[in-house]
Design a protein around this ligand. Structure first.
Ligand code: PMP
Ligand code: GLU
Length: 380
């Protein structure tokens, strides 16, 4: 069969691939500590589950307006307003997962040969989505600055020019957990304004921070009109399998991307959208509890690695950290899964070799087990 060049130029998602491998080993009876995929290990909060069931019982099982039910778009507009972002419900598109939001944005804005700038290490799917749209990538290495953006602003200035179409900012970051400072975001703003660049601000981990807050890029002077804000319910509300996300952008963009949306997914699942309203309007304490649990796990890991002589840059948010390993990180991760039965994703999948990404969305017991196993197998 003759496949389209656009699919042949991308690789399958490395995060999903490692997780599949871990599941396969488990199916063979191996006890794997799976620290690969970025998925909270908590159940979806009860009020959300109840709202989903109630919505099904109430017959909310048909198509909805393509861009989302009015109640959810209003609840999202209210949430964004609380974060200092001014979007009308008409400027919001509800999608099956944040991934679909990003996919629609990339497809809507990028032509063949357009230039996209990523801050490395960057989440695996940005590269694939840019390539699927035919764009070229320019990557800025933040590993040399302990994953912080502020010291890397000069490098970013070298990468961004008048030909740059899109810049992607993800704070808190997957895979590093870094939360970019306001000064860093102001640096992004200055470059975006100077070179008239559109910026995607992927804020899917915004609710998960430790003793700090992640500023929404669109709140900065001059950024409202050039920022597309992406968020979703997977991480903050532990709703990965529900598939619910959204983006907020100018009505002009939504008019164009809405075509892709209606011709591909039609709409996000009806009763899931109703559950999303409950999540935004009624669930708060549970988010904080989950964030506190992640913080405790982060502290445990940082200390456990330090005790074994491994210094890991301390994340301020999300539930990831980058463990420094061999430059041959792929081989290191293969050995870790085969010898220690601990699954992690090689940093090279995120554009930064020499690291293994740990998703610490696992219980403290399992994390302790993981560190012991890695130590015993001589991986550390
Ligand atoms: N952005 C980032 C940075 C992510 O890590 C993820 C996780 N898959 C997503 C977007 C999309 O998540 P989802 O499609 O589950 O909303
Ligand atoms: N975002 C999560 C991760 O990076 C989930 C898997 C994916 O969609 O890539 O592991």
């Amino acid at each position: 069969m003759d496949f389209a060049a656009r699919v042949e130029r991308v690789e399958p998602s490395a995060t999903v691939a490692v997780s599949n491998l871990a599941s396969q080993l488990e199916a063979d009876g191996v006890d794997v500590v799976d620290l690969s995929v970025g998925e909270p290990d908590f159940p979806t909060p009860e009020p959300i589950v109840e709202a989903g069931k109630d919505a099904m019982d109430a017959g909310h099982t048909g198509y909805t307006p393509s861009n989302g039910i009015p109640a959810l778009r209003q609840a999202i507009a209210d949430k964004l307003a609380a974060d200092g972002l001014d979007y009308a419900p008409e400027e919001i598109v509800v999608t099956p997962g944040g991934k679909q939001s990003l996919y629609e944005i990339f497809q809507t804005l990028l032509d063949d040969g357009d230039e996209v700038v990523l801050l490395d290490p960057a989440w695996v799917s940005y590269e694939a989505m840019a390539k699927l749209a035919g764009a070229n990538l320019s990557r800025v290495d933040l590993a040399q600055y302990d994953f912080q953006l502020e010291p890397g602003l000069d490098d970013l200035a070298d990468a961004v020019d008048d030909d740059t179409e899109l810049l992607v900012v993800n704070s808190p970051s997957n895979p590093t957990g870094a939360v970019f400072s306001d000064a860093a975001l102001e640096g992004v703003r200055d470059l975006a304004v100077e070179h008239d660049v559109t910026v995607v601000s992927d804020e899917i981990y915004k609710e998960i921070t430790y003793g700090t807050e992640a500023t929404s890029l669109g709140t900065l002077d001059g950024m409202a009109e050039r920022t597309i804000t992406v968020n979703g319910f997977s991480k903050a509300y532990s709703m990965t399998g529900w598939r619910l996300g959204y983006y907020a952008a100018s009505e002009e963009l939504v008019e164009q991307s809405g075509k892709l949306h209606s011709h591909s997914v039609t709409c996000a699942t009806n009763f899931v959208q109703h559950a999303g309203v409950t999540a935004l309007e009624e669930v708060e304490a549970e988010i904080d509890e989950m964030a506190e649990a992640f913080e405790e796990r982060r502290d445990f890991l940082i200390e456990a690695f330090a005790e074994r002589g491994v210094e890991v840059p301390e994340p301020d948010g999300a539930f990831y950290m980058m463990l420094p390993v061999d430059e041959e990180d792929q081989a290191w991760c293969e050995e870790a899964i085969e010898e220690a039965h601990v699954a992690m994703v090689p940093g090279s999948a995120f554009g930064t070799p020499g690291y293994a990404r740990i998703s610490y969305a696992a219980s403290l017991d399992r994390l302790e087990e993981a560190v012991d196993r890695l130590d015993d197998a001589g991986c550390l």
